[in-house]
Design a protein around this ligand. Structure first.
Ligand code: NAD
Length: 429
């Protein structure tokens, strides 16, 4: 890595730290990008493009609370790259949201969309707020206000939001409605919508389903297949819930699940009936109560962190007993922990591969909206499974070719495609 490049990544991280994030999430993503760039001999000026965001919008959003108070919240939309198509990425409502985190997540979207070879770039948005503090009315007002101030940078061929932590299909319906009031009817302006309102059947489960499609492909490649492998899952939201159900359907034994409300242990593995229909772990009666602080350290074959980023660090990585870690959440394993796992022979399936079923499902929804044509659910599922298995094979081939880990292999595939697009557009100096 050249000195000026090191300083590009460091500067991006340093300015982000001003915004209060301890972990330098964006610098962490950029170090992966630079690592892949080394394998590909990417020129320095191009590396600077890859490590910078095209546009960053920070806004103040006044919100009237039900009790008569008025909060002034901070909202973001960061567009990392449009080299391969309109920018694509979710909107997160969470108290940890800051500019550095949004930059990191926007950049990850560029690499994710490139890795699975869909015609999108990368973006991310968010509002720094505890979503559970919002009533339905407040959540609606918040997303409508966010949409009004961001509308000039959004659109079906510009930047297409989707749900993320703290937002859901309902939030996307309000976003679409607000967008339509200003710009006219364009359902492809946002994905992750309710199925009754231009959403795609299959999109809601797509990230969790994709997590298990990739896990099954990896276990078939590395460990004789998914059947009877034991799994622990941290997080029982959109991703964790469907990942748990799909893991059971694939013949795996889900022995530990947790979320903010608690944890359950299932000595023989949970059944579909034990988990289906519940949205919080505290609602589940089957199994035994367990300690949510110990989920990451369960004695299992496969660990699936599906909640927050930054949960596995140098401080706790040696306590993880699983031999395969699947990054269903974005950036749950930090750089130091990744090195510890590499040295210890633990396989980490990286986020840009493991959770890319979400944006792949969004791509299917977007294309259906543009074509005004609805796919049957089975077509959605089989296309998703087929493309994710192909993405795993592409990553696995690069990993073997360059004798590197899966994360580096995934970034090599993704960075190569973005660099090629930049060169063909004449954007490389
Ligand atoms: P969600 O808001 O639906 O669910 C989050 C879950 O994490 C909840 O069950 C919550 O209780 C749990 N959680 C929060 N803090 C926790 C803690 N300290 N310990 C245990 N559990 C905790 O969010 P989601 O959409 O499921 O997203 C989860 C992760 O997956 C995020 O990192 C997100 O960026 C990533 N992701 C989501 C999608 C998607 O389509 N939803 C796509 C790609 C990546």
């Amino acid at each position: 890595m050249t000195n000026s490049l090191a300083s590009t990544a460091a500067n991006n991280g340093a300015s982000a730290n001003v915004h209060g994030t301890e972990e330098d999430a964006f610098a962490e993503v950029n170090s992966r990008v630079l690592g892949a760039s080394d394998f590909l001999d990417v020129p320095e000026s191009t590396r600077q493009i890859l490590c910078s965001c095209e546009r960053e919008v920070t806004v103040s959003i006044p919100l009237s609370r039900d009790d008569g108070d008025r909060d002034i919240l901070t909202g973001y939309r960061v567009q990392h790259s449009s080299a391969r198509g309109p920018r694509k990425g979710g909107i997160r409502f969470h108290p940890s949201v800051d500019l550095n985190e949004v930059r990191a997540l926007a950049s990850l979207m560029t690499w994710k969309t490139s890795l699975i070879d869909v015609p999108f770039g990368g973006a991310k948005g968010g509002v720094r707020i505890e979503p559970r503090s919002l009533s339905d009315r407040e959540a609606e007002e918040l997303i409508r206000r966010w949409t009004r101030v961001m509308v000039h940078v959004l659109g079906p061929h510009r930047d297409i939001p989707a749900p993320d932590m703290g937002t859901d299909a309902r939030t996307m319906a309000w976003l679409m409605d607000e967008f339509h009031r200003i710009e006219g009817f364009q359902p492809a302006c946002v994905t992750g919508k309710p199925t009754a309102l231009f959403g795609a059947e299959g999109r809601e489960e797509a990230t969790g389903r994709g997590v298990i499609a990739v896990t099954s492909a990896a276990l078939t490649d590395l460990a004789g297949g998914p059947r009877n492998k034991t799994v622990a899952i941290q997080g029982f939201g959109n991703v964790g819930r469907f990942a748990a159900l799909e893991a059971i359907a694939a013949g795996m034994r889900v022995v530990e699940i947790s979320d903010v409300t608690g944890a359950r242990r299932f000595a023989q593995g949970a059944s579909i009936d034990d988990l289906a229909g519940f949205r919080q772990v505290s609602e589940i009666e089957a199994g035994e109560e367990s300690d949510p602080d110990q989920t990451l350290f369960a004695a299992v074959d496969v660990l699936i962190p599906a909640a927050l980023g930054g949960v596995i660090t140098a401080a706790n990585a040696r306590n993880v007993r699983a031999r395969v870690i699947v990054e269903a959440a974005n950036q749950p394993v930090d750089g130091e922990a990744d090195r510890i796992f590499g040295d210890g022979g633990v396989t980490v399936i990286p986020d840009i591969l493991a959770n890319s079923g979400g944006v792949l499902g969004s791509y299917f929804e977007w294309t259906q909206n543009i074509q005004e044509f609805k796919w049957p659910l089975e077509t959605f599922r089989s296309e998703l499974d087929k493309r994710l298995a192909a993405a795993y094979r592409a990553v696995s081939a690069e990993t073997a070719h360059y004798n590197c880990d899966l994360r580096t292999g995934a970034f090599i595939v993704a960075v190569r495609r973005v660099v090629e697009a930049l060169a063909l557009r004449g954007q490389v100096l």
